[in-house]
Write a protein that binds this ligand. Structure first.
Ligand SMILES: C[S@@+](CC[C@H](N)C(=O)[O-])C[C@H]1O[C@@H](n2cnc3c(N)ncnc32)[C@H](O)[C@@H]1O
Length: 211
């Protein structure tokens, strides 16, 4: 998600075509005009599809679990990165990878690392199911196992509370992961986007590289 002119999409398509059949789903609310001409020059352009929507809306409309790799390179502010990670997890297959681009990038003015802050909050919720495999300009994690809804719900509640400063308990327990994401989108997005994310840095990702 975050496809712009299609540079990362072309890279992914060229490399995934080595492994055989694939479908690459690109999400961006504003694809650049060169996107399709760039895709036309990459391997298997017929395997690329584009969804012109904000990631939070597109992710909620996609079916669960078919994705082997999710590359997050959309709006580089902490709440968006957290939401992109949270809404991606129900879509990721067991053994799949989630990659956060520009993980260490600094905001020129504040010197904050907004992507890292968003990833740290995401990590706080999903750490039991993730192994860090690349830890640098990008953070790549391998997902394994089966998500536990109760644990994800209670961790999401505590992260929302830590960030927004508001006591957060979902009015009704979400029925499943899709319902959890819908609930966050409906009831908590405004709060997440309206506060400073200073406290998010309280969450830590251990330096850990899987074998
Ligand atoms: C850093 S650029 C992506 C660069 C691209 N991956 C490449 O390799 O050329 C960020 C992109 O995120 C998109 N974007 C902004 N908000 C978004 C959102 N809510 N959902 C998805 N994409 C978003 C922008 O339109 C922009 O194209």
């Amino acid at each position: 998600m975050g496809s712009l002119q299609g540079m990362s999409a072309c890279y992914l398509a060229d490399h995934m075509s080595i492994g055989g059949a694939f479908t690459l789903t690109c999400i961006d609310p504003e694809f650049q005009p060169e996107f399709w001409s760039n895709i036309a020059r990459c391997s298997s352009p017929d395997r690329v599809r584009a969804i012109q929507k904000k990631s939070q809306d597109a992710l909620l409309s996609l079916p669960c679990r078919p994705f082997q790799l999710i590359h997050i390179d959309g709006w580089h502010i902490a709440p968006q990165v957290f939401i992109d990670g949270l809404f991606s997890m129900p879509l990721l297959a067991d053994g799949g990878y989630v990659i956060f681009d520009d993980y260490l990038k600094e905001d020129q003015t504040t010197k904050n690392q907004p992507v890292k802050a968003g990833v740290q909050a995401f990590w706080e919720v999903f750490a039991p199911w993730l192994d860090v495999v690349i830890d640098g300009r990008q953070l790549a994690c391998r997902f394994s196992g089966s998500l536990c809804l109760d644990s994800v719900v209670s961790k999401t509640e505590s992260v929302l509370k830590a960030i927004t400063g508001k006591a957060t308990t979902f009015k009704e327990r979400p029925a499943d992961f899709a319902d959890l994401c819908q609930t966050v989108a409906r009831d908590h997005m405004d709060d997440l986007f309206s506060v400073s994310w200073g406290q998010a840095s309280a969450f830590r990702i251990p330096k850990r590289v899987a074998a």
